[in-house]
Design a protein around this ligand. Structure first.
Ligand SMILES: NC(=O)c1ccc[n+]([C@@H]2O[C@H](COP(=O)([O-])OP(=O)(O)OC[C@H]3O[C@@H](n4cnc5c(N)ncnc54)[C@H](O)[C@@H]3O)[C@@H](O)[C@H]2O)c1
Length: 401
């Protein structure tokens, strides 16, 4: 067995982390049911799972189900999204190798992903494809690659990367985000609620009556716009896809190019899954006192080096608010350092939503553990039987009286 290494902020926070997990576990009935099944069937007996997913309480409850199924686990998260107390609980109470700190930088995050891969996982559960990129494109990890029998990838962005940037797939990867179950329920309703919650929590600003631009009208963008509209915001949608733009228009939103949308906007939210959705030239168009944030997977949706170049001064004025004084005389505010705002300034997607999303993860990982030899290598959708099973279990749990 590999050495039991870990890197977290403070192991002394474990009791707090357990309390957080108690609150969450009570509200995740689908995962609790799957944990009972896994306790009997042990689909991961003798297998190591290497994970990259936000290290927070809901993830912790998911890891309980995987360990009940016999897995040994190493996990890292994403910059700015770890709950340090949960990281401590997972190490101290569950013997899970955690490499995550709320304060971690992107460079540290990549180092942590490498350390998870170095534990020699047989299954990988990835978020943004960082572990995949190391395993599939970096020859230093060829031994680790040879041990992997299959993987899951959680996100839209990770799915793009695996399809567009990788050719040498040697194991199957189930893209959780490809499932209708996740896209419709989690991305639209879960992200829709939690992103707006994150903005409100860290800024304490009014949404009603404010001009707001949402850049990207996919599943997440639709959900965010829907919640903002419910609060009375005046919304403009920017999307490079003409059909998405038409859809937004038909739904009753203003649509525009960034050049028209940005100058009057009080809030600007990116959620495209693509780098540089807002580039340096766009950032120069922002209104004085505009508030900017990202809900997509990576902070690169906003050209942060460009924003720094445009600035004469940058100040951290509150925990999740950074002020930039621009050379054009305007001041703009960036929330959560452009990390996914629902996680960096809030608690991520609602608990019930992640009960569904992480149940898809559980059953997909078990499916790979049992069938890896018969599955084709490369990205593929969640089997429809698993999607339906999770939808049935969730609706049953949500409608139980
Ligand atoms: N914060 C969270 O909890 C969370 C949860 C799920 C997904 N995500 C992330 O949110 C992002 C969006 O996910 P999604 O499922 O909505 O994706 P999606 O593919 O459904 O939608 C993305 C939309 O952005 C548009 N787009 C792409 N590039 C653009 C650009 N440069 N300018 C304007 N529009 C552009 C596309 O045309 C598309 O309509 C991804 O990075 C995904 O990983 C975040």
């Amino acid at each position: 067995m590999a050495d039991f290494t870990y890197e977290i902020e403070d192991i002394g926070l474990a009791r707090q982390g357990l309390k957080r997990m108690d609150w969450v576990r009570e509200r995740m009935p689908v995962l609790r049911g799957i944990k009972e099944d896994f306790t009997r069937t042990k689909p991961f007996d003798g297998l190591r799972i290497g994970i990259c997913l936000h290290v927070e309480a809901k993830t912790g409850v998911w890891l309980e189900a995987l360990t009940a199924g016999g897995a040994q686990i190493a996990i890292t998260g994403s910059p700015g999204t770890a709950q340090d107390e949960v990281a401590a609980a997972l190490v101290a109470e569950y013997g899970i190798q955690v490499f995550a700190k709320k304060s971690e930088t992107y460079e540290q995050h990549l180092d942590y992903a490498a350390r998870v891969l170095a534990t020699g996982p047989n299954l990988v559960a990835d978020n943004g494809a960082d572990i995949h990129m190391l395993a599939l494109t970096n020859p230093d990890f060829s031994t680790a690659k040879s041990k992997i029998i299959g993987a899951t990838e959680e996100t839209t962005t990770g799915g793009f990367r695996l399809r567009e940037e990788v050719t040498g797939h040697v194991f199957p990867t189930i893209i959780i985000n490809d499932s209708r179950t996740k896209r419709i329920i989690e991305n639209r309703y879960g992200v829709g609620q939690s992103v707006v919650d994150g903005i409100m929590r860290c800024s304490n600003l009014l949404i009603g009556g404010r001009r707001t631009t949402v850049v990207g009208y996919g599943y997440c963008g639709q959900g965010i716009a829907r919640t903002l509209r419910g609060l009375g915001a005046h919304i403009t949608i920017v999307d490079i896809d003409p059909i998405s733009r038409l859809e937004a228009h038909t739904e009753g939103y203003q649509t525009a190019d960034l050049e028209q949308a940005l100058p009057p906007s009080d809030f600007v939210i990116t959620v495209t899954g693509r780098p540089n959705a807002l580039n340096r030239d766009h950032l120069a168009l922002l209104k004085d006192n505009a508030v900017l944030c990202n809900a997509g997977m990576f902070e690169t949706e906003i050209d942060l080096p460009g924003l720094r170049e445009l600035s004469v001064e940058s100040n951290q004025i509150m925990p999740d608010i950074r002020q930039f004084k621009l050379e054009n005389g305007k001041t703009v505010y960036l929330l959560g350092e452009a990390n996914s705002i629902n996680l960096s300034a809030g608690d991520g997607n609602p608990i019930e939503i992640m009960d569904l999303g992480l149940s898809l993860q559980c059953l997909s990982l078990a499916h790979i553990a049992m069938n890896s030899r018969s599955l084709p290598a490369g990205p593929q959708n969640v089997p429809v039987e698993i999607q339906n099973d999770v939808a049935v279990r969730t609706l049953r749990a949500w409608t139980r009286s």
